[in-house]
Structure formats: C-alpha cells, structure tokens
Design a protein around this ligand. Sequence first.
Ligand code: PMP
Length: 428
Amino acid sequence: VSCDNESLASLKEKQWIYEDALNKYDRLKARGLSLDMSRGKPSPTQLGFSQPMLSWTSANDFISIDGVDCRNYGGPSLGLSEARQIFSWILGTSTANIAVAGNSSLALMHDIIAFLMLKGSPNGNKPWVKSGQISFICPVPGYDRHFSILESFGITMLPVPIIENGPDMDTVEQLVFEDPSVKAMWCMPKYSNPTGITYSAETIHRLGSMKTAALDFHLFWDNAYAVHHLSDKSVFIPDILDVSATAGYENRAFVFASTSKITLSGSGLAALATSDQNLSWWQSHSDLRSIGPDKLNQLRHARFLKVKSSLDRLMESHRSVLAPKFNAVVSTFHRLLGSLNEVEWTEPLGGYFINLKVPTGCATRTVQLAADAGIVLTAAGASFPYRKDYKDCNIRIAPSFPTLSQINDAAEGIAVCVRLAIAESELE
Ligand code: PMP
C-alpha cells in the first residue's frame, strides 16, 4: 500500500510539473516570437564592421605588391601575396604553404574530396573511387555540411564521440590503424562547431603522428574559428602541418580557413594551407577549373586588413558583440535549467555555437516546441551523420544573428521548451 501511495504521489508531482511547464509554454507561445537561431550567421552589426571595405575603390589602386594588375586574368594562381599573408596571421602557418582561392572554404573541402575520389591522393596509388567502399572518421557532434558532402559522395561515416579534449583518440587510433578503408577524418580543432571544444595539444600530436593503415590517409583540418575568440584567453593550438611533418607525415593535413566570419560571409576569402607536395597536387587539379581567383576581392581585403593588428581589432569588435549574447544564453540556462538532471550545455571560449544536451529522446520534441513558439533552431540530429542522433539529445544553439534582447527571449523560450519536453516524457 505504501508503495502505491508513493507512486501515486510521484505521479501527482509529475502531473503538477507538467501542468506548470505547459502553462509557461502557453504564455511563451502567446508572445508570438519570431526568432531564427538555426545558423551561425554574423549579425548586421557585425557585417557593418567590414562596411568600409566596400567603399574601397580600385579606380587608382589595382596593382598588387608583386606588380600584378588585379583587374585582369593572370598572376599568381596561389593568390596575391598580401592575401596569403592575411591567412598566415590567421593560421600561424608560413605564406609559402598557403593558397587563397574563392570565397568558401567549404568549396575547397568539397573539391579536394572530389579530386581525391577521382584522381587519388599524392600519397596514394589509385583514386578513392577505385578503392572500394571508403570511410571518414566523423567526430560527433559535428558540422552538418561536412556530413552532407560525404553523404553525396557515398562515403561511409564513422562517428566518434567528442570528449573533453577533442575526439576520443583511443577509438580514432584503433580505427585508422586497423582499417585501410578509413581514408580521412574531419577535424575542427578550435572552437568546434557545435561544441566549442578545442583539441588539446596532446590530441593534436596524436592526430599528427598516429599510424594509419591507409597510406593515403588525410586530416581535413577545418580551422574555421582560428581567431574567433569570445574571452580574454586567446586559445593557442599547435600547427598540425608542423606536427605531422615532424612525425614524418608531411602530406597528412589539408588545413582550411576563411574570412566568412571575419569580414563578409559569402563575400570573403577562403584558404588552403598544406605541404608543398599537396599544394602542387591541388594546383594541378584546380588550375583546370578556373583561370584564377578574384584578385580584386583579395586586394580589397588586403587594403582593409593591412597589418595583423587590424585583424586583431576587427576580431575584438566581433567579440564585443558576440560575447554578451553567449553570456546571455549561458546565464539564462544556468538560471532556468541548472537544477535539471541530464541537462548540460557547453560554455565555449570562442566560435559561433553552444551545444545544449537534454535527456535522451527530448531533443526533437524541444526543437518542435520551440518552432511552434516562433523560435527556429537547427533541426535536431543535424550535427550527426545522416542526421541521426541516436540518443536524440543534442541541440545546436547559434546565438550570433538575433539582437541581444531577442537572445534573452530565445534562451528563456528554449528553457521553457526543454522543461515541457522533459515533463511530457516523464509522464509517458
Ligand atoms: N567550416 C565550419 C566549421 C563552419 O562552421 C562553416 C560556416 N558556418 C564553414 C566551414 C563554411 O565556411 P565558408 O564560408 O568558408 O565556406
């Protein structure tokens, strides 16, 4: 009897919690919010920081430092020296190993995978399409667009969990050591999308020096957030090109970066940094698909980011807008979700995302409830290969685009949705 009484009391309590959560949710819905936190886009204020760049005119300024007329075809196919210099500041890599090409680092990643599939690696003896079913290691949660590229090429994805210091390296080392069909791995070494995690120096050394069964194994080192700090601590990571060369694997890493979240998203510059041999390999293929990069955009960027301190100042301006938004989300979550079991979130020192973890089975429902209340979040599961988060527990939060007051509303709203999703699942 006492057991029955206890379960009745617990059921009543759950019912009460549910009704309270539902009341709060109804009030949230009644506010008629309309907020989009689905993608990590810079806000209009941030774009404004680069507005002066668009006032630059090439009327009397179109000759590069190397004497190239930037209005015409021709010139260095690895990009203008001054544009390569900008990426040398961003990546801490020597300009000689950097190519600046196009406006999208994702396009460079896509092309390199296509070249590897169709032509093969500088370290390989056949194209990957002729190597049977191949696979990539995919640390999870990760970047949805990385996974979409692999899905479109029919490459198998092997999810490996991200833990405190980066991907679970014991699992990674075992996979690459045992299986020659494991050809590559996605890495976002700094302020990862969506966890904000930075790989430790030890993790980076293990990645650069691990033994792989495939001789044509490559790291896709997407350093998209290299200078995107949110705190006073500018996190430093070792240069993977140095680390892998020292370990005898000079051609292991393709490093990517862009100014998409430095100057103007979509109208910035993208870069590839890699070994001499990889760079010539890339050039031999990419020279066929374009007569050359948009040198005027490169020159425009070089005039805007003249010296490293101009880059530092610009990133400081971004931080002044972004950090309060991240702090607002984190402090609201502490206040409204701090007491809940199995609810946690990352508190990144840089980058564009926070990863919110909710109890198993509650992510899709939370995102749905938020959408119905006018808060659009990234689809649950998006940060996983094939969009399958088997525990349905991760939600990516992108606080950059809405205004600070919208962020406060959105973070409170998300907390209300999390509480209702949990209360519903407890009643089931
Ligand atoms: N990599 C990561 C990790 C990103 O988050 C993004 C953009 N959100 C990109 C690449 C895309 O960069 P780009 O604009 O240079 O293609």
